[in-house]
Design a protein around this ligand. Structure first.
Ligand code: V47
Length: 435
């Protein structure tokens, strides 16, 4: 092992939080395989050899956007060729179709449409609830939430907007729109978009009203490695606060000593930190509750230059993508999951990522408009057999999950939430491809 990694390896062994300098060492070490195997070690502590996927559908309800982010090839102005917006009925029909095909989740995001009123968004959620009552609705990035707070007839506090959306059917927030938490990068690549403080405010407000959320980082464009680490530190801090509130809201949850002493939660330490001691007792992972939410997963998104205003940039290479997954796993010690979003990472690379820190691949997706790797069209679908095969071939056990990471038992399009498996007792043999 690269000797500069040995202090970090000791910290990982003991469950001690890594510093920003440690993060830079992980990014610059020539010994990528040791970085990946450290990340794999903590991933296995959390999830054994299980790897998660879901049966979902992504819907991008409009590509019309008031912003003009230079990394984005998706947005159009309302009079541009190819500009579109779906009616509430069209979205609800897609939801009904997804539910009939066995999906458990609909993931909805779109541009900041200049004319659609707040009522459109509430109506959309209510119509989905009615047309597809079993689907979990994961919708609207923090950027869209701030836009909705501005366009409502009576401008509202973030928490009120989120509560209105929750009452209409919203189940959780996706992680998009975070880009890179840095003012220089913001001003050069996505000026006009909310800054990091606002993005974090939206997620904090969502957590306070009991909504779980995800987080992303868009990397491999004009940001520096230090910017990536700073982004991770801000997320880690926000998650400490969320987990603190979550633990306060529940009685009898086991907490690590470090959490009690320092108000921070490391979820990736050795079993003994959580009273697990090899017998499965104790639980290191937060479980979804109605009263308090938290960040579930980090999704590192590799910048895809094609057709964007930054298409002269090369975009990150495969090994950078792999290292980014591993560093995210090691630095974000209090986020339960790391997602290798196969649409952007590609299935073969996502497979290697399952051995380098990632434990989740997102799902069947079906239609995806925001990025198209290698000139594919918007129909980007894998079936469950292929997802499971990808996972099994990576030496992992495929576990279908719902949006809140509860395991699903399935019989064709029928499904229900199963009892939580104990990740400390996950089988070591690869799973079966048959679902
Ligand atoms: O917010 C836009 C990014 C995001 C490009 O929460 C680009 O489970 C790469 O957030 N190259 C949307 N990325 C996707 C997203 C997401 C995806 C999967 C799962 C979840 C989740 C969230 O895509 C945008 C933006 O950050 N993006 N353009 C591009 N050229």
């Amino acid at each position: 092992m690269d000797p500069s990694l040995s202090t970090i390896a000791d910290k990982v062994e003991q469950g001690i939080r890594l510093t920003a300098d440690d993060g830079m060492t992980l990014f610059t070490s020539p010994d990528l395989w040791s970085v990946c195997s450290l990340a794999d070690r903590v991933r296995r502590r959390l999830h054994g050899n299980q790897a998660y996927y879901n049966v979902n559908r992504h819907v991008n309800y409009t590509n019309v956007c008031a912003l003009s982010c230079s990394f984005c090839a998706f947005y159009r102005k309302s009079d541009d060729d190819g500009a579109y917006e779906f009616s509430v009925r069209q979205v609800a029909d897609q939801a009904a179709e997804a539910q009939a095909a066995g999906a458990t989740e609909i993931h909805i995001v779109g541009g900041l449409h200049p004319y659609l009123p707040f009522a459109y968004y509430l109506d959309m959620l209510r119509a989905i609830r009615e047309a597809a009552p079993r689907l979990h609705i994961k919708a609207f990035t923090a950027v869209e939430i701030v836009h909705l707070a501005r366009i409502d007839k009576r401008p509202k506090e973030l928490e009120q907007i989120l509560s209105d959306l929750k009452d209409a059917g919203l189940g959780s927030l996706p992680g998009g729109g975070a880009e890179v938490f840095d003012d220089r990068v913001h001003d050069e690549a996505f000026k006009g978009k909310i800054r990091s403080d606002k993005w974090l405010d939206v997620h904090r407000a969502a957590h306070r009203i009991g909504l779980n959320t995800n987080a992303t980082i868009l990397y491999g464009h004009i940001e520096s490695l230090e910017d990536r680490i700073h982004h991770m530190e801000l997320l880690r801090q926000a998650q400490d606060e969320a987990l603190h509130d979550w633990a306060q809201s529940l009685q009898g949850v086991s907490q690590s000593q470090e959490y009690q002493d320092h108000g921070r939660v490391v979820l990736t330490g050795p079993d003994a930190m959580y009273g697990i001691n090899g017998n499965g007792a104790g639980n290191r992972l937060p479980q979804p509750s109605d009263t308090s939410g938290y960040f579930q997963t980090i999704i590192p998104l590799p910048f895809i230059p094609d057709d964007s205003a930054l298409q002269h940039l090369p975009g990150p290479a495969g090994l950078d993508n792999l290292r980014m997954i591993a560093v995210s796993r090691l630095m974000l010690d209090n986020l339960p999951h790391v997602k290798a979003f196969w649409i952007m990472q590609t299935l073969p690379l996502a497979q290697i990522m399952l051995q380098s820190g990632a434990d989740d691949m997102d799902g069947t997706v079906v239609w995806y408009d925001i990025t198209k790797v290698g000139g594919t069209d918007t129909h980007q679908e894998v079936d469950v057999t292929k997802l499971r095969r990808t996972i099994v071939e990576a030496g992992c056990v495929p576990v279908e999950r719902d949006t809140l990471y509860r395991p699903i038992t399935r019989n064709g399009p029928d499904w229900h939430v199963a009892a939580q498996p104990d990740p400390t007792h996950a089988p070591e043999a690869p799973g079966s491809i048959a679902s």
